[in-house]
Write a protein that binds this ligand. Structure first.
Ligand code: NAD
Length: 497
């Protein structure tokens, strides 16, 4: 019988009583790896109740004890790094090295959560008025919810629950139904690290489960990562229900190539950042903007892309894996068709990609277009596949204007040898994460993941200090201790005295 993915409720991995199940498949072969349930509303209710009960004691747990749980957890994740990456590679199709990177970028956030004591320190001012001190403290919110996408089944859950739990909250995670095996393994290791029952629950499913979590009276904070359409729904519904919401959404990331940049660095970095992970990264470079004479490098960029070969997760020569499912592949092929029909020049076409030994895989080969206009769907939409658009402009000012007119603002990069050009770019560009001669500028966890505009709805971002602000409430105490019982009179004004 195919494996059934369990739910995690109150420390127990339990079988769901769901009537609806979704197959989890290996995208290189279509082999069904497991069946994932769409949890019943009772099960979702049980998960929230378990998290609510656990919160009562966890919020009183000393900060050092919370940090030590994270220390044990990061050690276990490192010990099991290869095993988690193997599981992740099978259900996502990522190459083993890239799967290891997915896990590693999550481990780094757990390491960051070990610093929770210093991260949650408040502020104090003595003598805000005579003999009156003022100080702030941070307190957890309660049951926090995470809803995560398919493309980083280790890193993105690990952006969320370790920081939330280190802050003293408890958590309900609804991972992507397309690759739920990795999150369950992460949860098993969390339990093994000594996490008390009820700290972390996992419920599976799609829209109905999400909506129940999103509108429940006992879930004050919602973290979401996924597409723009769903992100907008999550943000609107969550805030309508008076919740704190952070919703990380889609992207269209541009790399600006200046003619003074190092050519071979440009070529290598565009190739890796555009088709790596089959283009299924929210920080993938999907548009390269060649400035002035840099346009002459387009044929060489094309040749570099053409050499990257997709393949199965355990093929050490593969540059990237398959798309997550046949629908995602069909959607990308449709965009390629639309681009050609709209008159863009397809200078590398991966539509007919075949990978020997894997006839059923969701393969799309590296694809590149030039002569694209900004009204074409291949430019306006997030394709989320190994498709690079080359645009050409005459000046840096034109490149900046073009990018600032694009509604997304997740990531961008610029390749140049000029400090002045780079400084101008970082200052004027309306994108939240900027790489200078770095193609995929995902910040490390001492900073925060700071998408802008249509790529992020909310205020406080993931990890870094902002995660502590998101997952806690600040309380400010104004305190006086009387030394004598002296009559200083009745004070009817707002002033302290
Ligand atoms: P998705 O929006 O389809 O799914 C994300 C989550 O929402 C999943 O858990 C899914 O089950 C749930 N969901 C799907 N439809 C829903 C609905 N109608 N109502 C409620 N919940 C629903 O995204 P995906 O395809 O899994 O992931 C790819 C997308 O995620 C891309 O757009 C990518 O750019 C984006 N992404 C963004 C970031 C970021 O940090 N900005 C990071 C990773 C991925």
């Amino acid at each position: 019988m195919t494996q059934q993915v369990p739910l995690l409720i109150n420390g127990e991995l339990v079988s769901s009583r769901a009537s609806e199940w979704i197959p989890v498949t290996n995208p290189a072969t279509q082999e069904v790896l497991a069946q994932v349930p769409c949890a019943t509303s009772e099960e979702v209710e049980q998960a929230i109740a378990a998290a609510r009960n656990a919160f009562a004691t966890w919020k009183e747990t000393p900060v050092g004890e919370r940090a030590r749980l994270m220390l044990r957890y990061q050690a276990l994740l490192k010990e099991n790094h290869d095993e988690i990456a193997t599981l992740l590679a099978q259900e996502t199709g990522k190459t083993f090295e890239d799967a290891k990177g997915d896990v590693w970028r999550g481990i780094e956030v757990v390491e960051h959560a070990c610093n929770i004591a210093s991260l949650s320190m408040g502020e104090t001012v003595e003598n805000v008025a005579r003999k009156i001190d003022c100080y702030s403290i941070t307190q957890p919110l309660g049951v926090c919810v995470g809803i995560t996408p398919f493309n980083f089944p280790a890193m993105i859950p690990l952006w969320m629950f370790p920081m939330a739990i280190a802050c003293g909250n408890t958590f309900v995670l609804k991972p992507s139904e397309q690759d739920p095996l990795t999150p369950i393994r992460l949860a098993e290791l969390f339990k093994e690290a000594g996490a008390p029952d009820g700290l972390l629950q996992i419920v599976h499913g799609t829209k109905d489960v999400v909506n129940q979590l999103l509108t429940h009276k006992d879930t004050p904070a919602i973290s979401f990562v996924g597409s723009v359409a769903v992100g907008e729904h999550i943000y609107r519904t969550g805030t309508d229900h008076m919740k704190r919401v952070q919703a990380f959404a889609g992207a269209k990331n541009h790399m600006v190539v200046m003619p003074d940049a190092q050519k071979q660095q440009v070529i290598n970095n565009i190739a890796g950042a555009s088709v790596g992970a089959a283009g299924q990264r929210c920080m993938a470079i999907s548009v390269a903007v060649f400035v002035g004479e840099a346009r002459e490098w387009i044929p060489e960029v094309r040749d570099a892309l053409a050499k990257v070969r997709p393949g199965a997760w355990n093929d050490p020569e593969a540059g990237y894996g398959p798309q997550i499912n046949p629908q995602a592949k069909a959607r990308i092929l449709d965009f390629i068709r639309q681009g050609k029909e709209a008159g863009a020049e397809c200078i590398l076409d991966g539509s007919e990609c075949v990978v020997e030994g894997y006839p059923d895989g969701n393969w799309v080969g590296p694809t590149m277009f030039r002569n694209v206009t900004t009204d074409m769907s291949i430019y306006t939409e997030e394709i989320f596949g190994p498709v690079l658009i080359a645009l050409e402009v005459d000046t840096l000012d034109e490149a900046i204007e073009l990018i600032n007119n694009n509604p997304y603002g997740n990531g961008t990069s610029m390749f140049t040898a000029s400090g002045a050009a780079a400084r101008k770019y970082q200052h004027e560009i309306k994108v939240g994460q900027v790489g200078i001669n770095v193609p995929v500028p995902v910040p490390l966890p001492m900073f925060s993941f700071t998408g802008w505009r249509k790529s992020f709805y909310g205020d406080q971002h993931a990890y870094g200090k902002q995660a502590v602000r998101f997952y806690t409430e600040t309380k400010t105490v104004t305190a006086r201790w009387f030394e004598d019982d002296i009559d200083t009179g009745v004070n009817t004004s707002i002033n302290l005295r």
